[in-house]
Design a protein around this ligand. Sequence first.
Ligand code: ADP
Length: 355
Amino acid sequence: MQNSFIVNFRSIFDSSSEFIGLLNTEGVLLEANKTSLEFINAEAKDVLGKYFWQTPWWNHLENAQRKLKQAVKKAAQGEFVHLETEHRDKNGKIKTIEFSLKPIFNTEGHVELIIPEGRDITDRKRIDELKKEFLSLAAHELKTPITTLKLISQAHIAKYKKYGSDQIKLEELELIDYELERLTQLINDILDDTRVESGKLFLKFEEISLNKLLSSVVRKMNIIAKKQRIKLQKFPDEILVFADQQRIEQVLVNLLSNALKYSNNHTKIEVGAKLDKGKVLVWVSDQGLGIPKSQQQKIFNRFYQVEEKKSRGFGLGLYITKQILKLHKGKIWVKSREGEGSTFYFKLPFRKSNF
Ligand code: ADP
């Protein structure tokens, strides 16, 4: 009975497509299944009894060995450890492995054994890379015709405003223009997201006047706002920041677009700035839908949208905003009450001011 259990257990252990083994708390390899042995073309006797990091899965990569040693130490203290590592298979090909170390506790609560587990995710990673490349390429390709269409629609609008009398046609053209602007925004969000993900969102720092930037953004956004009014709380003295002008403008546009999107007509939207503990504090407040407390942290996550209020966006705007501010050594947060409105705050290091 006991024997047949062991035989059955061994066949399950060996037939798994994952790499599985068993370590003691010192990191010595006690067991390794067939899949993991075949990966390096080894036999059990070649590897069992050795420190795991001195076996052929690891011993060609100094960095990986060091990481594994640290990971075993943590697992021996009771931590479930995850790593993504790269290993050479029996043909010398580099494979990406999703690897974990799971501690097994005895009845006294002490770690007795550690289970190392690995899964080959090379193909999945490659497909993810291809998807990202495709998305970025598609977004780039879409941008050119949309920019052309937008230029044409704007030229027509200008012509109609000057010479036309047909109001309906003008409204239709404005609708086309509005939808093209939205498409452009969505595409820009995808492009920025791929830049953030690949660490290629680069900034062009220069000294900029926050007063001028805020006035210009508020002026532009008020043209789009139509039935809402954005008010800029004037601050008398000039505040200079060392920042990427276009990216800070993008942050303000994102926050103001959201304020417009998530509040009703004829409610108040305000923008202001001041110096606060050696930093510049900027805020955008609205009297809109508000955000439930439980979701106020999550809205800055990639793709996150508040369930009941899902808009036609991708849930990327605030994520990108946060990344832009992070690259400026700044930060962003929100205070909000459901049904009453939201105020988004962000802080930037400041360059100098007149006061
Ligand atoms: P998107 O607007 O494209 O959905 P964002 O990242 O800009 O993505 O915003 C994430 C979510 O946060 C939104 O879906 C919305 O639910 C919520 N949100 C953002 N700004 C506001 C706001 N001013 N008032 C209420 N909810 C907001």
